[in-house]
Every structure is written in structure tokens, then in C-alpha cells.
Write a protein that binds this ligand. Structure first.
Ligand code: ADP
Length: 730
């Protein structure tokens, strides 16, 4: 068994460090624990030594103090070495070196290398490796100039060389120690030094010196009760005694050595130590495991985080992709819609242009047709009237009556068409005239008495007496509405009753809301047709040979009522009758009424004889106009065109000129301009089949005084002539 006391140096080292370190209280405590552990190890009390070093290691780890960790591992390794758990001892020494390196503690690193050298030397008998570690230790110690540490390593090297019978090599190192023996402060090291000196002198056969040194070593050991050291000292001294032939004495010391050795390596102790050792290993494993777990947790947490981040990124990417897709789809959709709308817009533009063109054409067409139709109709109606006037015997002729009826029907159709057209083009503006509701209703009922009689109907008029006598409103349009509704009521009723009612619904200051009701007991209208009857050209259940209307009447009525800013309602029951209702607001402000009345300067009592120049190219019209004039005792000169008119004017004096507009050679406007140029100021009345609004502006600018639309009421023409001539004379 090789000497083992060199291990003690290490413990002395760490314990020694305790006194040199004045650190935080906790660190101090750790060092105290290590000190206790070292003390126990000196006494071979491995159990307590390991308990202390284990505690110290736990504290050191908590403090994360590499120096303390390294010291703890070193002590633990020392214990394992002592109980001959070599591999474990090496494992802990390695850890110790690792932590001393981290703590930059070269002194203790050198010490641990020393201890590792011991293991290779004593335990593994690997002298080469032993020398390597001792030499490393010496090198480090030399670097930091730690003589004491060099002394320790050199002592070990000496021991190794002696053991390997390389005495000369060993003596070189031992000489160094002898020179520096003052550095040896620890008693056990001194004892070991003496053993080696004993061996040296034994080798050099200087037996006295050798014995002295061996005895000195034993002396130190016995004084200090160091069992390991003493055991080895007894052993080496016994070997020396044997070598010098003192066999008896040698045997005594060998026994002493054996006794101590047995005591030291008491099996029970080893068992206890092993248990503690196992605890330490367990602690170590636990620590490693918890470190691994920590690492694992950290990793799994990182992984989780990474997973979450990756999932979030994925979700985000998917969302972005989805949004992109939607955007893309929307874009395509929008583009399609845009293209579609553009196409439609283009189509609509074209359609609008076409519609406008068509509407223009329609207006022109209606205007032309009305013009073209009205002129001959004017003739037809006029001639028919003349015929019945001149040939009284024909008064009952069914042919003549039929002719009259047809001509009138055609005229009313043309007029209706013209009116609708005008309303639709917003050309109709209501006029403010003074009116009396009773007169208007009476006029309507009287003028329709013929149809009433024909269908054997009774017309009843009920007029609210609270309606003021004078109202301001467009009586012509009102009578037109009533005329249409009452004539319909009479047409669709046989042997029944038609009631015309006017009630003052409410009064708002001067504004009177008059509610009109036209009710009949006729055929009625089916519910399904009620919504259609106000449309244009709608006739329900009409017989083909019936010329009573073109289906425009109600459509005109609705438009006229709307012009009055009102609405018309219908209630009907088939077989029982129909009721139309509408309310119109009239102003009953007397000052306005008076104003209007004062504006009318008419003297219808005049029986003046005027001389009239008629400029007209149409022979029938010439005849009709002449007839009207003659019936009023006006003198008439008729010319065919404008130039003839100029000639006539240069020869004769006239009171008034009736001028056709549409004439060959020179039209009415230009003729009027020529007349005015000559300085002739007599009134000129335009007689035209054009709608009034279309020509009135040009007529006035050409110098005309009034415009009458053909066919006109003869009385209207007379009224106009008288007014203008009288005004001229005034
Ligand atoms: P018209 O009288 O020229 O046919 P209207 O526009 O005046 O055209 O009337 C449209 C249709 O409404 C008529 O053809 C008729 O069928 C129905 N109608 C109008 N008034 C009455 C009424 N008082 N009684 C029954 N039917 C009516």
C-alpha cells in the first residue's frame, strides 16, 4: 500500500484558504463547511467529511461560486480516493479542475493536478501519467511563483521516482524540497518529507540518517494522531528495519501498521461512506437532471413560443393570402362590373340619345301632324257648319250629323294629343283668371246636356254655398278636367244619374281647398283595371264602332290635376257606378280677384263695322273666315299671299289684318315685317295651326299683335279683333 498522506496537502490547502478569504458571510459559511469536511477527512471520518462537503457543494452551487464549487468537488474527490473509488475520484477532480479554471484559481488548480497525479501514481500505477500531472502542477505553481505548491508536487514526484526505483531522479526533486523546507508549514507534510528523506538515505546506505528521519516521521505522526500518515510511516520504517536486518523490530512496526490500516479501512465505515457517496451521486444526478429539465423546459417553452409565433405567422400569412385573394377577386369583379357598367353606360347614352332623338321626332311629328290635320279639319268643321246653316233642310240629315260628329271627334283627338304632348314637355303653365265655381260646373253640365239626354241620364250639381263667389285659378284647365270626367260619367251610364259635387274641404287664410266629386251610377270599372285607366290610350271593354274617345281623357285629367299640385282618386264598383275625387286649392283673395277683373277691358257691346284684310292661301279656310267675318258684319278682303296683301294695303285702308303664317311665296312673319316696314300700324292677328307657344315669340317680334290657333271659336276671333282695334283707336 503506497503512502497516502500527500492527499492531506490538498485539504490543508483549501482549509488554509479559509483564513485568507474574507468574503460574504455565506461564502464564509461554505468555507467553514469545507474546513470541517477537511478535518473529518484527516481523521478518516469519511461519512462526516462527505456530509460537510456535500452541503458545501449545494451552497456553492446556489451561490454560483466557481471557486467554492471547485473546492467542494476537490474534497469530495479526496474522500472517494480514500475509499478507493478511483473512477469517481477522478470524475470529481476533473470537475474541480474545470471550476478552478473558471474561477482563475491557479494555486488550487495546481493542487488538484497534484492530486490527480497521485491517483495515477498510487492507484493506477500509471507512472507516466502521474509524472505528467505532477509536472503540470509544478509548471502552474512556478508560473505563479508558489514555492509551497512546488514543494508539494516535488515531494510527490520524489515519491514516484523512488517507488519506480529511479532514485537519482527522485533525489533531484527532493534536493529542491530540502533547500526550500522552510516553506513546509504543515506538520504532516514535514512527516512525509522525513519519510522520503529516510528512503533517500536508506538508498544512499546512510542508515543512521535514514533511521533518524523515519523516527522523526513516526514521532510527528504519533504526536498528531494522524492514522493514515502514521500507518504509512510504520510501514516504511518496518521496511527499512527489515532491510537493515532488524527483523524483530521490523515485524513489530509492520504489526502496528497493519493494526492502523485495519482501523482505517473499517468495512462499516466504507459502507456508510458508500451510502453517503450514493447520496452525493444522487444529488449530482438530480442536479444534472434538473439542469437537463430546466434546459428541456426552456427549450420546450422556446419551442412553444416558436410554435405560437410560427402559427401566428401562418395564420397571418393565410389571412393576408385570403385578403389578397378577396382583393384580387374584388378587383376582377369590380373590373367586370366596371366594364359592364361602361358598356351599359355607353348603351344607355346611345339609348338616351336615341330616346331624345325619338322624343324630338315625336314632338316634331305631333306638331306637324297637328298642323297638317288641324288645317283641313278646320275646313271640314267650318264647311259642315256652313252647310247646316245654309241648308236648313239638312239639319236632320244623319249623314251631315255623322260628318259633323266625325270631324269634331278628329278635332278633339288632335287637340288631346297636342295637349298631352305639351303637358309632357312642361309647356303648360297654369294661368290666374277669376272664376266662379258655379258658372264653371254649370257650363260643363250644359255643354254636355246633349250626351246626358242621349243616354237618358240626370245630371245633378251640388255646390257648397260656403265656396266664395270669386276665386283665382285656371278655369280653362279646371273646366277641361270636369268636362272629361263628366263626359266619361255620362258616356258610361245609361238611365242613371251623374252627380257633380263641389265642397269647401278646408280654408287656410285666403286659400280655399275645393273638393270635387264626379259620381255616376254607370257600368263601373273592374278593380283590376282601376290602376290602368289613367294610362294613355287605355280603353276598357271598348266596342270597335264606338268613337267616344281615344283613351286619352283620363290621362289628360291626371296630368292636369297634377299641374294643380293635386291628385285624383277613383272608387268604383262594377255595375254600380264610379266616383272620381280631387281637391284643388284656389286663392279667394279679393284684392287679387279685383286686380284681375280690372285688367280685363272688354266691350262686347260694340257693334262697330270693321274692314278686315284676310291673308290666307287655303281656299276652304278663306271661306270659313269670310263667313265668320260676314256674320259679324265685318267687311272682308281676301288675298292669297303676302305680296297681294301689300298691294291691297297700298290701295285701301283696313282696321285689322288676319294673317296666315304658313303660306307659299312669303310667310306670315315676313309679310308682317314688310307691312310694319311700310309704317302700317294696324293690328295684325296671326291665324295658325301651329301650337301657340311655338310661334308667339316670333309673331310678336315680327310685329304681330295676337295669335289665334285654328280652329278657333269665332267669338274669340271677334273678341280679339274688337279689343285690338279699340286699343288702337284709344
Ligand atoms: P276614353 O274615355 O277616351 O276611352 P279615358 O281616358 O277617358 O278614355 O278613359 C279610359 C277608360 O276608363 C275608358 O275607356 C273606360 O273604360 C274607363 N272609364 C272612364 N271613366 C269611366 C266611368 N265614369 N265609368 C266607367 N268607366 C270609365
Amino acid at each position: 500500500m503506497p503512502p497516502k498522506n500527500l492527499l492531506l496537502f490538498i485539504f490543508v490547502l483549501t482549509s488554509y484558504a479559509l483564513f485568507s478569504q474574507e468574503d460574504r458571510i455565506t461564502k464564509k459559511e461554505v468555507l467553514q463547511l469545507l474546513n470541517s469536511s477537511d478535518s473529518c477527512l484527516y481523521k478518516s471520518d469519511y461519512k462526516n467529511s462527505l456530509t460537510f462537503s456535500r452541503k458545501a457543494l449545494n451552497f456553492a452551487l446556489q451561490l454560483n461560486d466557481n471557486d467554492l464549487i471547485a473546492r467542494s468537488y476537490n474534497t469530495i474527490a479526496g474522500n472517494y480516493e480514500e475509499i478507493v473509488e478511483i473512477d469517481k475520484a477522478l470524475e470529481y477532480y476533473d470537475k474541480s479542475v474545470y471550476h478552478f479554471e473558471k474561477a482563475f484559481n491557479d494555486t488550487l488548480k495546481a493542487a488538484v493536478y497534484n492530486n490527480i497525479g497521485n491517483i495515477y501514481f498510487y492507484r493506477k500505477k500509471d507512472f507516466e501519467k502521474g509524472i505528467q500531472f505532477y509536472t503540470k502542477s509544478v509548471e502552474i505553481s512556478e508560473k505563479i511563483n508558489n514555492i509551497y505548491s512546488i514543494v508539494l508536487s516535488k515531494l510527490n514526484l520524489t515519491s514516484l521516482y523512488f517507488e519506480n526505483n529511479q532514485y537519482n531522479q527522485g533525489i533531484i526533486h527532493l534536493d529542491y524540497v530540502e533547500k526550500h523546507q522552510s516553506y513546509i508549514r504543515i506538520i504532516y507534510v514535514k512527516s512525509y518529507f522525513h519519510i522520503l528523506l529516510g528512503k533517500k538515505f536508506q538508498h544512499l546506505k546512510q542508515y543512521e540518517k535514514a533511521e533518524l528521519n523515519f523516527k522523526e516521521a513516526i514521532n510527528i505522526g504519533e504526536k498528531n494522531n494522524s492514522k493514515i500518515y502514521l500507518s504509512d510511516s510504520y510501514h516504511d520504517y518496518s521496511k527499512f528495519l527489515f532491510a537493515i536486518g532488524k527483523h524483530q523490530e521490523a515485524y513489530t512496526f509492520l504489526e502496528k501498521h497493519q493494526f492502523l490500516k485495519n482501523e482505517i479501512f473499517d468495512l462499516e465505515k466504507i459502507k456508510n461512506v458508500k451510502i453517503i457517496g450514493m447520496d452525493i451521486a444522487l444529488d449530482e444526478s438530480k442536479r444534472e437532471l434538473s439542469a437537463i429539465n430546466k434546459e428541456k423546459n426552456l427549450q420546450s417553452e422556446n419551442l412553444k413560443k416558436t410554435k405560437i409565433i410560427v402559427s401566428l405567422i401562418l395564420v397571418f400569412l393565410m389571412l393576408m393570402l385570403f385578403l389578397l385573394y378577396i382583393l384580387y377577386r374584388n378587383n376582377i369583379f369590380r373590373k367586370k362590373i366596371n366594364d359592364f357598367l361602361e358598356d351599359k353606360n355607353e348603351e344607355l347614352k346611345i339609348a338616351k340619345e336615341k330616346a331624345e332623338e325619338a322624343s324630338k321626332l315625336k314632338t316634331q311629328f305631333i306638331s306637324t301632324i297637328s298642323h297638317e290635320l288641324r288645317t283641313p279639319l278646320y275646313g271640314v268643321v267650318g264647311i259642315t257648319n256652313m252647310l247646316s246653316d245654309e241648308h236648313k233642310e239638312l239639319a236632320d240629315s244623319p249623314h251631315l250629323n255623322s260628318l259633323k260628329f266625325s270631324a269634331r271627334y278628329l278635332l278633339s283627338l288632335v287637340n288631346d294629343l297636342l295637349q298631352i304632348n305639351k303637358i309632357e314637355e312642361n309647356k303648360v303653365v297654369l294661368e290666374n283668371l277669376t272664376m266662379n265655381i258655379y258658372d264653371e260646373i254649370n257650363m260643363v253640365s250644359n255643354s254636355l246636356s246633349f250626351i246626358a239626354n242621349r243616354n237618358k241620364n240626370k245630371v245633378v250639381t251640388i255646390i257648397d254655398e260656403s265656396i266664395p263667389d270669386y276665386l283665382v285659378g285656371d278655369k280653362l284647365r279646371l273646366s277641361q278636367i270636369l268636362m272629361n270626367l263628366v263626359s266619361n260619367a255620362l258616356k258610361f251610364t245609361q238611365n242613371g244619374e251623374v252627380i257633380i259635387k263641389a265642397n269647401l274641404e278646408k280654408r287656410d287664410n285666403t286659400i280655399c281647398f275645393v273638393k270635387f266629386e264626379i259620381e255616376d251610377t254607370g257600368v263601373g270599372i273592374a278593380e283590376k283595371d282601376l290602376s290602368k285607366i289613367f294610362d294613355k290610350f287605355v280603353q276598357i271593354d271598348r266596342k270597335e264602332d264606338d268613337y267616344q274617345g281615344a283613351g286619352l281623357g283620363l290621362s289628360i285629367v291626371k296630368k292636369l290635376v297634377n299641374l294643380f299640385k293635386s291628385e285624383i282618386f277613383v272608387e268604383s264598383e262594377e255595375g254600380r257606378g264610379t266616383k272620381f275625387t280631387f281637391t284643388i286649392a284656389f286663392d279667394a283673395d279679393m284684392s287679387k280677384v279685383n286686380e284681375i277683373i280690372n285688367d280685363i277691358k272688354v266691350d262686347l257691346s260694340s257693334d262697330m263695322v270693321y274692314k278686315v284684310l284676310v291673308v290666307e292661301d287655303n281656299k276652304i279656310n278663306q271661306m270659313v273666315t269670310r263667313k265668320i267675318m260676314e256674320r259679324n258684319n265685318f267687311k272682308t278682303v281676301i288675298v292669297d299671299d303676302g305680296y297681294a296683301a301689300m298691294e291691297a294695303l297700298s290701295k285701301e285702308q283696313f282696321d285689322v289684318i288676319l294673317m296666315d303664317i304658313n303660306m307659299p311665296l312669303i310667310n306670315g312673319f315676313d309679310t308682317t315685317r314688310l307691312i310694319r316696314k311700310k309704317g302700317i300700324t294696324i293690328p295684325i292677328i296671326a291665324l295658325t295651326a301651329f301650337a301657340k307657344d311655338e310661334i308667339s315669340e316670333e309673331a310678336i317680334s315680327a310685329g304681330m299683335n295676337d295669335v289665334l290657333i285654328k280652329p278657333f271659336e269665332p267669338s274669340k276671333l271677334i273678341y280679339s279683333i274688337e279689343t285690338l282695334v279699340k286699343r288702337k283707336m284709344d
